[in-house]
Design a protein. Sequence first.
Length: 500
Amino acid sequence: MSLSSAFNIINSSFRAIGAQTATISTNIANANTPGHSRQIANPITDAFNGVAVTSITRVTNAALAAQVNQSTSDSAAQTAISDGVSALARTVSDSSTSTTSGAQQNGNSPFALLANFRVALSTYEAQPASQTTAQAAVAAARQVATSINAGAAAVTQVRTQADQSIAQAVGTVNGLLAKFQTVNNSIIGGLANGENVGSLQDTRDGIITQLSQQMGVTTSLNSNGSMSIFTDNGATLFQTAPANVTFAPSGALGPSQTGAQVFINGQQITGATTNTPLQSGAIAGLVQLRDTVAPQYQAQLDQIAGNLITAFQETDQSLTNPGLPPRPGLFTTPGATSVPPQPTWSGLANTITINPTVDPAQGGNSSLLRDGGISDTANQDYTYNTSGEAGYTGRLSQMIASLTTPMSFSTGAGLGSSASITDYANASVSWLQGQYQTTSGSAAYQSSLQAQATAALGNATGVNLDTELTNMLTIESSYTASAKLLTTVSGMLKTLVNAV
């Protein structure tokens, strides 16, 4: 071997050591950087018996990466549903213990307040001449109506907020796709030029994980190093260029109002009207909350409101001219002059109130609760206490019985078709609290799976400082050997020059 060849070999060694050192330094510097994948410099023997780093390998694990993205999507969907159900469940937090009479004094659900109302009616029945007990019974009825209103208002708020969150998520998706295109193009160009694109690939993978937060996605690598993205229902999200993801915010979503759906290049990907809806991600969870979970609770509240109006309706009491239609009594809606039939109950929970004619706060007479005639004070045909007796209790007994008498409910609300108002309200509370337990438990479970998958991916592809430091010591030994060789060859060259 000539001295010239020896110098070339030593020079290539230093270059390779520099490349390896730079790679290890990058790994160590990014040891705590989320999403950073370990890089490995690959040295080979060149044609001149020297050494060269011809490539840098990025450690990857496609299966674990896909699992992280899937668990991220599942966790985001369950969290979206859980957060919404949690907001609804706060309207039925019955925190007190039951009394011997069955009332839940500190509860704020329709069930608890119906129990209080029944106690107030029973107290009024025992003291029918007392104006104080009459007013207390009316106040308890007002609390029942207010509780139903509050539940319906919470449904509207949750659905409206979910709709707004969908709009924000779609905006996030479009923004991420634009960033993805830029990074993807840089990777294609870098690979074509033989550049190290490991950091760019880390960035691209990070964008995929962020996308999976909003919707379930899968990916595929192309021969030129580019990546394509598909939603979990098969729609193309990115292939050489971003898809157009669109959504029209619906604004405030009251009862019976339907929210808009999400589209990709004009193809609907959410909602019951599509055969293959989006399966996971925050968008899927928000749509389910907005269109299924919250409306079902609205339907239950509407059923309670409708049957309350029906149960407390006033009927024709005349003997000479019977046959007048029932009219709203204690419970009604503003301006109503007739009892609404069940098919029109949608939205009643938002508007149910107590009749102003019996409400002292609105200038009404609370004694009408005992006597009847709430629906029309000028029409004696709806008066039950025709003799005007101060001790009359017949109408109060009817009202108390109506709270435990089986009535018909729509099966569309998901709680059966026959129950008393009290039992149905209790079942509704149990349903909502059950939904809260289920969704919060699922959200916690999915979050745990996401954390485990992320940790597993980090262990498989992340930086281990002990390994990097060991590799650094090995390279230092190579550097020392090369330096000694350089000293030896330099000495030989100097001796040769001096001999000449």
